[in-house]
Design a protein around this ligand. Structure first.
Ligand SMILES: [Mg+2]
Length: 94
């Protein structure tokens, strides 16, 4: 949060627009997709960097909103143990 404050990214809910922050997370994920498409994995603006940007933005938003993202991830992982995916009826690459 120190860097977020210093750089003007906001540190509390009144400082930010949540929809805008979500859109910015999405933009970083799209940048990661484009980097992968262009086989830029480790370079400037590469997949690694863009995924890092996305995670930073997610953690920043979680911090502002008081979301315990570690707990949320663990809870969802636990739930997913009970789920099954019907890959035969999904148009999704593996
Ligand atoms: Mg980026």
């Amino acid at each position: 949060m120190k860097q977020a404050k210093e750089k003007g990214f906001g540190t509390k809910p009144d400082d930010i627009s949540v929809p805008e922050k979500i859109a910015l997370i999405h933009s970083e994920v799209s940048e990661a997709f484009e980097a992968y498409r262009h086989k830029n994995i480790t370079g400037k603006d590469g997949l690694e960097e863009e995924l890092g940007d996305a995670v930073q933005r997610i953690l920043h938003l979680c911090g502002i909103l008081g979301i315990n993202v570690e707990e949320a991830i663990l809870k969802k992982l636990d739930f997913n143990k009970t789920r099954k995916w019907d890959w035969e009826n999904m148009n999704e690459g593996k």
